[in-house]
Design a binder for this molecule. Structure first.
Ligand code: TYC
Length: 106
C-alpha cells in the first residue's frame, strides 16, 4: 500500500497521510581530539567533570584519544551534546589548553 495509514483516500484535498511509526530523535557523538600540548591530567579531569566517568575510566579513555587521535566520549541528544561541547571548549580555553571537542550525528 502506498499510503502510510489505513484510511481510505478521498478527493477532499485534505492530506490524510500520517506517519505510523514514532521517530526516535537523532543522537550525536561527542568526540575529544588529541593534541600535543594539553596535559593528560587535564583531559582526565574533563572526562570526570563533564562526562561523569570515574578516574580509571577517564584515564583509560584519555589514553585511547592520545593513541588513536580521537575517541567518542559520549552519545547524547542534540541539545545535550551541544552543551557538553561548549562546556569542554570553554573550560579548555579558560585554562589555555588547545583541547578540541566536537560533535557528529550518529
Ligand atoms: N597528547 C596529549 C599529551 O601527550 C594528551 C592528550 C590526550 C591531549 C587526549 C588531548 O584529547 C586529548 N600531553
Amino acid at each position: 500500500m502506498s499510503d502510510r495509514n489505513d484510511q481510505p483516500d478521498d478527493d477532499s484535498g485534505v492530506i490524510l497521510e500520517t506517519k505510523k511509526k514514532t521517530q526516535r530523535p537523532p543522537l550525536y557523538k561527542v568526540m575529544l581530539l588529541n593534541d600535543d600540548f594539553t596535559p593528560m591530567e587535564f583531559v582526565v579531569h574533563v572526562l570526570e567533570r563533564f562526562f561523569g566517568m570515574n578516574h580509571a575510566q577517564s584515564f583509560e579513555l584519555m589514553l585511547v584519544v592520545h593513541k588513536k587521535g580521537l575517541a567518542v566520549v559520549g552519545v547524547f541528544s542534540f541539545e545535550v551534546a551541544e552543551t557538553k561541547v561548549a562546556q569542554v571548549m570553554d573550560f579548555a580555553r579558560r585554562h589555555q589548553h588547545p583541547l578540541q571537542c566536537t560533535m557528529e550525528k550518529e
